[in-house]
Design a protein around this ligand. Structure first.
Ligand code: GLU
Length: 301
């Protein structure tokens, strides 16, 4: 025991590695820029690396050309990844391997229940219906009735009963596509991500992802969940507002709005003549403890 303890404490801590993982469903918008900037600031502040992963798993929802456009927009905001961009569409064999291991351990199962079959439980799957009507199986993760706790660096302690909150989630859809929950866990691990910083709309997915990590024998990274943007009237950004592209041709105002939504000090960008300069000033002044543990209401203008 003692020598194991020594090994663990003497091992060099893994170098910080963060990531931004957009889905190429449209151009970069205010919410995605916030996640990009926030995750970049955390990574740079720790002297670590920042990667970009394209979550292109759902072709019907994707818009051709958007992955390239998002990457170009990020560059115009001065946010350049430290390595090649990983495209989830290339990762099928790796996800299949993870699914096979979950099937072998009894954590994943084939399921013929359709959405219609699950109407009585609001689409949530707790057990297969006696006579499911699907023809092709989907693959689901069996989630036990167990509380899992995440210590989020922005939101604090977040606890959730795995089975009650989501039921048995899909890992692979009946029509073929891999589901976000499986792909994100496999890729965060394979890319060596030490801290996941993203929008708080994904906070309630986190215990589920931590459970999957445990079942796959993967390390659980640290997590930090950033404010979700709300309209001036307090409602969640409507689809139309949320999808308004940020203007990468005039990057400083949008960058500053994202900075303010992170609860950071006003005025830091004044005098910045370029995104490079603005980001340097931001980095020097960044205080993670100032990030609000709540949604951010956009000012009316
Ligand atoms: N692709 C997800 C999104 O665009 C983000 C996933 C994540 O950061 O874990 O909302």
């Amino acid at each position: 025991m003692h020598s194991q303890f020594q090994v663990a404490t003497n091992a060099a801590p893994a170098r910080y590695r963060g990531r931004f993982a957009p889905s190429p469903t449209g151009p970069l918008h205010a919410g995605s820029l916030l996640a990009a900037l926030g995750s970049w600031l955390f990574a740079r502040r720790a002297g670590g690396e920042w990667l970009v992963r394209m979550e292109d798993l759902d072709p019907p929802r994707e818009v051709p050309g958007m992955a390239g456009r998002q990457l170009e927009d990020l560059r115009r905001f001065g946010l350049e990844p430290d390595g090649p961009v990983l495209f989830q569409s290339t990762r099928g064999p790796r996800y299949a391997e993870a699914l096979a291991s979950l099937v072998a351990s009894g954590d994943a199962f084939a399921c013929l229940c359709t959405r219609g079959d699950l109407e009585a439980t609001g689409g949530i799957h707790h057990a297969c219906v006696p006579e499911p009507s699907g023809r092709q199986p989907a693959w689901r993760l069996r989630l036990p009735s167990r509380e899992l706790v995440i210590d989020d660096r922005v939101r604090g302690r977040f606890a959730e009963n795995l089975a009650a909150s989501s039921g048995d989630v899909i890992l692979r859809r009946a029509d073929g596509p891999w589901a976000y929950q499986l792909a994100v866990v496999v890729d965060d691990a394979d890319q060596g991500i030490t801290e996941v910083v993203r929008g708080a709309d994904l906070l309630d997915s986190t215990p589920r992802q931590a459970w999957l990590q445990q079942r796959l024998g993967l390390a659980t990274p640290a997590y930090g969940h950033l404010p979700v943007l709300r309209q001036p009237d307090g409602r969640k950004l409507s689809k139309s507002l949320a999808s308004v592209p940020v203007d990468a041709g005039d990057p400083l105002p949008a960058l500053e709005r994202a900075w303010m939504a992170l609860g950071q000090a006003p005025g830091v960008f004044s005098g910045a003549a370029s995104t490079g300069q603005a980001l340097r000033l931001a980095l020097a002044d960044f205080g993670p403890e100032r990030i609000p543990a709540r949604d951010h209401v956009l000012p009316a203008d």
